[in-house]
Design a protein around this ligand. Sequence first.
Ligand code: PMP
Length: 427
Amino acid sequence: MSASSELMTRRQTAVARGVANITSVFANYADNAELWDVDGKRYIDFAVGIAVNNTGHNHPKVRAAVEAQLQRFSHTCFHVAPYEGYVALAEKLNKLVPGESAKKTMLATTGAEAVENAIKIARAHTGRPGVVAFRGGFHGRTLMGMSLTGKVNPYKAGFGPFPGEIYHAAFPNNYHGVTEQDAVHDLNELFKSDIDPQRVAAVIIEPVQGEGGFNIAPPSFLKALRAVCDQFGILLIADEIQTGFARTGRLFAIEHSGIEADLITMAKGIAGGFPISAVTGKADVMDAAEPGGLGGTYAGSPIGCAAALAVLEVIEDEALCKRAYEIGNRFKKRLKSLQEDRPELIGNMRALGSMVAVELVQNGDPNQPAADLTKAIVAKAQKHGLIILPCGTRGNVIRFLPPLTISDSLIEKGLSIFETCIFELEA
Ligand code: PMP
């Protein structure tokens, strides 16, 4: 029995069923865009821990920053004995988050926690209860996070009741016949039929839906949303947890639209694998919560702060925003020619920078999702040494999230494996 199979057997017995595994690759060691399992098998990693290691696994500068921090202290709790790393990261994010307004920041640990805090702050600032999110969106697995998430299975099934005053509107999706105008209309209908906009504290949106299938909100839609929010005094929250930190070719995806959000949630790519998250927003909004209302024991851990500051430096030094476009273009070129060969299967290919996905269908029909084939491709890719992830509300999207530090030759090798998987499964 291989070491991986043995571990999988132990895992089946010891770990709760609800904690799913997308692959059965038990990690032993990882370096930049490659990962080796406990049996010594090597994989090209097009997942990087779900859009986390944008600067690659184990970036030497990030590792050095963490090691240096560990030499000093690992934890004091910012509420007990504050430290410079927290303040320095807040200062940096306040500068980097787009928009003219003065900004302030709070740090937490996970993405879901950042979302929870953004909603708390929005409610405290507006004195209103309502929150509007989007169908197909994903905002985490905590009570508020899953309530905002616009997909029942598997995220909400069996976990109710959910908090009140949360509503979902249509997310634009041209491929599935929802135009931008339809989406704006749907939001206005919601305000007529379900909740008075004067009772809405915030609208929360992913500029590109991550788990929902890499659906890109057109910049003009985000502008329209900004206008609706301004009209009714509603705060606009951009959930940049998956889109953030150079992934889409800009530090934040919202920069593609030129709008300023009132609050931005960040996690994942912020610290190259160290658990830290942030909410940055307009200073007066951020200051709405009373002292003691925000925070937590591990919130803004010194190790996470050190890692995040190093990641931000690497993004700048290695020009990773620019590199995200180059990588995205390389993926697009190969995937486009695959789509031309297989139009009945690759129904849609979409990309914003290095956030690239293909939607797999049967008979070229958007309404016939090829979910089983998608699963089979992910499994076959693992056999051939490539880690890719599925996503999408119909389970038929394959997303590509290479580190932004990957070499061209590994991209080409990974894509060749992906093509081989399709050919083998269709043969
Ligand atoms: N928001 C978005 C857009 C996400 O992609 C995720 C994670 N996939 C979350 C929130 C939740 O983050 P975490 O898993 O760190 O709680």
